[in-house]
Design a protein around this ligand. Structure first.
Ligand code: ATP
Length: 230
């Protein structure tokens, strides 16, 4: 790989279903922003996830919740490019379009949890991903990165603990964010709401307000709870 500058600006891209965006996503995005010294972290909601069922909330609701979640977070930006693309939301296509927008003299990072990284082999053109971006891995409770097999083989040559490496070349490294872990998942949020309980402790305040206001995820039956009262 050619080193173009001593230091490249780094744009981190955090893809996900965000069904809904929760505190785990938001805290992770903030940690990536500061720990990896990024220009910005772009949160990119997928349109049609290739490897799971149709999201519970519509693209418009998921986008609205993301916009609310990042409104007071400088450096976090919502990027709707996958929502405007037909067909499955393949990360490789998203990275190609980001590379086209930003050009070769910017480092791109793709943020993903180790749970998602462990499934990398099933992703479209997965061997191409390190050519397009660095992979910035979020630890998640109870999941570890494979230490052998095709995914480990792909990532091993680019593994680094040095943030500076992410700013030396446009792509190709794998770096662990090592952020404080948040056990929350969107599945837990949806389950909590479906059983009539408050999810205020799992969600950014305006997202919790939006879910109640719009009656998403079957939360009509959560009476008397306000984000402020939790
Ligand atoms: P679900 O429970 O519906 O599978 P999720 O909470 O895992 O959802 P996604 O939108 O599917 O959220 O995840 C997008 C990305 O964020 C994935 O790479 C996932 O690993 C990561 N992620 C989700 N929650 C956390 C968390 N609490 N800490 C770190 N990474 C997370």
């Amino acid at each position: 790989m050619t080193v173009r500058f001593a230091e490249l600006p780094l744009i981190a891209c955090f893809g996900g279903t965000f069904d809904p965006v929760h505190n785990g996503h938001l805290e992770a995005a903030k940690e990536v922003l500061t720990r990896a010294v990024c220009e910005e972290v772009r949160l990119i909601p997928c349109h049609i996830p290739p490897h799971r069922g149709v999201p519970h909330a519509s693209p418009a609701h998921r986008l609205a919740m993301l916009e609310l979640a990042v409104a007071d977070c400088p450096g976090l930006v919502v990027d709707a490019r996958e929502l405007t693309r037909d067909g499955p939301s393949y990360t490789v296509e998203t990275l190609r379009s980001l590379r086209q927008d930003y050009g070769p003299d910017v480092a791109l990072g793709w943020v993903l949890g180790v749970d998602a990284a462990a499934t990398l082999e099933a992703w479209e053109a997965w061997q191409r991903l390190p050519e397009l971006a660095h992979l910035l891995l979020l630890d998640r409770p109870g999941v570890s990165l494979p230490t052998s097999g095709p995914v480990a083989d792909l990532l091993a040559p680019g593994l680094t603990d040095e943030v500076a490496d992410l700013h030396r070349v446009p792509a190709g490294h794998t770096w662990r964010v090592r952020q404080p872990q948040q056990a929350v998942s969107a599945t837990e949020v949806r389950r909590t709401l479906a059983t009539g309980r408050s999810a205020a402790h799992l969600l950014p305040v305006p997202v919790w307000a939006y879910i109640r206001q719009q009656g998403l995820y079957g939360c009509h039956g959560v009476p008397g709870h306000s984000a402020e009262s939790e």
